[in-house]
Design a protein around this ligand. Structure first.
Ligand SMILES: C[S@@+](CC[C@H](N)C(=O)[O-])C[C@H]1O[C@@H](n2cnc3c(N)ncnc32)[C@H](O)[C@@H]1O
Length: 195
């Protein structure tokens, strides 16, 4: 019940197929990017963002361990071929890198495990990233956000994202939130589907 990442993958996996495009807004240790790349396959493209070079190195190592192709994408650069494109930039600049429709977007918020906790995601940039990621989703495309509340700023970020999902126009979006009710520090999973 407490595996929000697994639920998020299940939710996104239902609409992801071979050859699709997807975005990981927080590459971190690379598990989400690995999941997306596994679904979209050799004909697909995954864009994985992180502000920390260390996170992207971990992601690259994990992907290579699984025999997946990845390369770095610079701002304004047009991605060539398929595979995973690592972006060493803030996800609030997603619109400067992703210029094609995508089927799935994931954002696993917070800080890099075993990394610098001060480099956690924050409400302002997260909201900007989500706002800019929504128009990239194709019809039927899905967005999943996992928000943690146990670190400084985490609860405020989770509240603001909850408001953001709650405010999406019902004629164009279906949104949903899930979390354990009897655990004060339980993470939240927020999901949206474009109609
Ligand atoms: C919980 S980790 C992500 C976990 C990861 N998706 C995985 O599968 O292992 C959160 C990551 O968000 C990154 N981050 C923080 N602020 C960011 C921003 N503005 N843009 C992109 N990444 C950011 C951190 O550097 C950290 O690596």
């Amino acid at each position: 019940m407490d595996r929000m990442v697994g639920l998020a993958h299940k939710f996104l996996g239902e609409v992801l197929s071979f050859g699709d495009r997807a975005v990981d807004l927080t590459a971190g240790g690379g598990r989400d990017a690995l999941f997306l790349a596994g679904r979209t396959g050799s004909a697909g493209r995954v864009y994985a963002f992180d502000i920390q070079q260390d996170a992207l190195r971990r992601t690259e190592a994990l992907l290579r361990e699984h025999g997946l192709i990845c390369c770095y994408l610079g701002c304004g650069e047009i991605p060539r071929g398929n595979g995973v494109f690592l972006v060493n930039d803030g996800h609030q600049r997603v619109g400067s890198y992703v210029r094609e429709p995508v089927q799935a977007v994931i954002a696993n918020l917070g800080y890099l495990p075993q990394g610098d906790k001060r480099l956690a995601t924050c409400s302002e940039t997260t909201l900007q990233a989500l706002q800019d990621a929504l128009p990239l989703l194709s019809a039927g495309g899905r967005l999943a956000v996992i928000a943690y509340v146990g670190h400084p700023g985490g609860r405020q970020e989770a509240d603001r994202i909850t408001d953001f999902f709650g405010g999406l126009p019902p004629a164009r979006w279906k949104t949903m939130q899930t979390r354990m009710l009897n655990r004060e520090q339980a993470p939240l999973l927020l999901m949206a589907e474009k109609l």
